[in-house]
Design a protein around this ligand. Sequence first.
Ligand code: HEM
Length: 453
Amino acid sequence: MTADATTPPYAPGRLPVVGHVMPLLRNRLAFMQQLRGHGDVVQIRVGPRPVFVVNAPELIWEMLTAQSANFGKGRLFDKLRLFGGSPLPVAEGQQHLQRRRLMQPAFHRERINSYIDMMSTTAETALRSWEHGARLDVLNEMQLMTQGVVMSVLFSSEPERGPAQSIMNSVDTVFQAAIRRAVAPVSAWENLPLPGNRRLRAANALLRRTVGDIVADRRTDPEPPDDLVSLLLDTRDEDGRPLDDEEILSEITALLAAGSETTAVTMAWLLHELGRNPDLEERLHQEVDTVLAGGRLTADHLPRLVLTRRLVTETLRLHNPGWIVTRQATVPVRLGTALLPAGADLVWSPYALHRDPGLYHDPLRFDPDRWLPDRPQPARGAYIPFGAGKRMCIGDGFTWAEATVLTALVASRWTLRHAPGTTVRPVPAITVHPSSLHMIAEARGTAAAREAA
Ligand code: HEM
């Protein structure tokens, strides 16, 4: 360490005892964004606990890449050790590296292309249930669609709507409980017969039963389908040991959680932007009509859906679902001039980074054309919707494919307009989701046809 390294300054607005809890409760998105004005790394207090917010893009990049060996995922993730297993988003060190290597093949490009048919079928089925003139809760519709997609890819077939819904409700209960436990000051209440603990036990039991049954059936299937569950069952660790049922269950639960809500929220924001930018929507309709030409969407169409992809890119910039990503220093570290002790909690915010006026011209404007190849592209580390380095999202390619497919399929049939009286604001919960997004579905061509008649 050199002499100029210092403990990062406090962000203004700290109160005795509660620290920065008030602005975090009042408007945490605005709070996280204004922190960049107070230093490359600033210190905030969440109650008694110091948390270091890394604002400078080059230091975020350094933490995630060159210095990644000095950081673990942090306190939140300790509580996400599900069913006794440490699934990929939670595993640390050698175990993480090994598990990542084992699961990577399921997320290779050719493999993802082979999922596109399943993605389309799931989306088409959901879209058939929409009715002309219906008022849709768009976030809910997108959740059902992305849950269906991830389940169909994991299990080769989508479970019936009822069981699928109970699986996802249980995944949600398990994760909400884990997060409550991570932020709770004491853990003594975790075993008390409280309603929340009872709900958690019921959700765990349901997941064990339903997912456990699917895995048990698969173990005895003489011709198992080529899906993610089969891949997990075939997986061997370095000693040649297969994953046991607990590990498979925890990995499946983690993928269901990590792989559905984030994409659903992204899709909801994208449809919100299209709803208030009719010119953009018109251009999208033209692209989709030309490329698909009324046929079924396949992997071959994807490279030609260029505006569709730019819409996804811009949505992942302006409306990134992650408002906070955590790390914990495992040794004393230095980031720029900031000196941090071993055990320090750090966070960075994809949401704030992607709205930095120092990195993007007119950053609050939704403009997919900023991603045209002849426009200046952001500097390294300025656009990292999926993180970076060894812990970068394993599902990034999956998401690009899925969001492109879903956008193109919605656009090929439907126009969505905000329902009267709908005001949308971002709500930072686990992801940054729209507060309430009700839109009216209009079958494409219908209005034109009516006018022509
Ligand atoms: C809009 C969609 C998505 C976004 C914005 C997103 C974002 C992220 C981010 C930022 C990370 C890194 C967290 C960190 O550095 O601590 C991550 C990790 C992860 N994501 Fe995603 N994700 C998305 C979709 C998906 C999908 C579709 C899947 C799976 C089907 C998935 C599975 C995972 C897993 C397993 C990890 C942990 C990787 C590891 O630690 O090695 N994600 N995601």
